[in-house]
Design a protein around this ligand. Sequence first.
Ligand code: FPP
Length: 237
Amino acid sequence: MPDNSLIVPTHVGIIMDGNGRWAKKRGLPRSVGHTYGAQNFRKITRYISKRGVKVLTLYAFSTENWKRPKEEVSALMKLFHQYLVDSLTDFREDDIKVVFIGDRTAFGPELVKLIDETEEVAKDRKGMLLNIAMNYGSRAEIVEAVKELCHEVRDEGLDPDKITEKDISDRLSTGGLPDPDLIIRTGGEFRLSNFLLYQSAYSEFYSTETLWPDFHEEDFEKAVSVFNHRNRRFGGV
Ligand code: FPP
């Protein structure tokens, strides 16, 4: 049961880690862990939206994940396809607006088409914004923002001395959105792994040993409760 006295973070980021270990513990191939992880993606997204979070950013595939064995990458691509199709109904019912961040050009044409269609059908929805980070890397995103500013200096007379932090954040794929208040990482590691590096300057970080396929409603509530006990000072006293 959610504790309605808790403040719900406006923007939550989740690094969904531990699918492989979840499968290994059960003597199953890693791809089975990803299947359960994808099922959980669908379920927990709906719960988080109902809980009143305004923006949810999920790390589904990093620019570094291409280094995994070919069979695992191809199983993940199939899952993205299948679960995006399946989730479309749920997300419509919940009025969830879906946006993809990251470099989609590296995906196959069918997946790119599905990504484009998913965004198109969801574009007027008013509920939670779901950013799915796929082939996403925060350093690459920062490089792109810097390139854009350099072009504006060269071609549009932007004064380099007037460039602000906001000018950079506006040019990131999360431009215009509030920074994440809370970043959750499942699977027990304590690192950001190239996720929302610029945006997370003052985010609260919550790491849990729970593996992603086992991260359910009550685990999210625990993270929200811990978040409520943090003293956010944003560099002040
Ligand atoms: C990390 O676990 C997980 C991934 C690289 C993939 C995350 C993707 C999903 C949960 C599916 C999401 C589905 C959609 C449709 C967006 P790992 O393999 O690194 O686990 P390990 O650390 O135990 O090896």
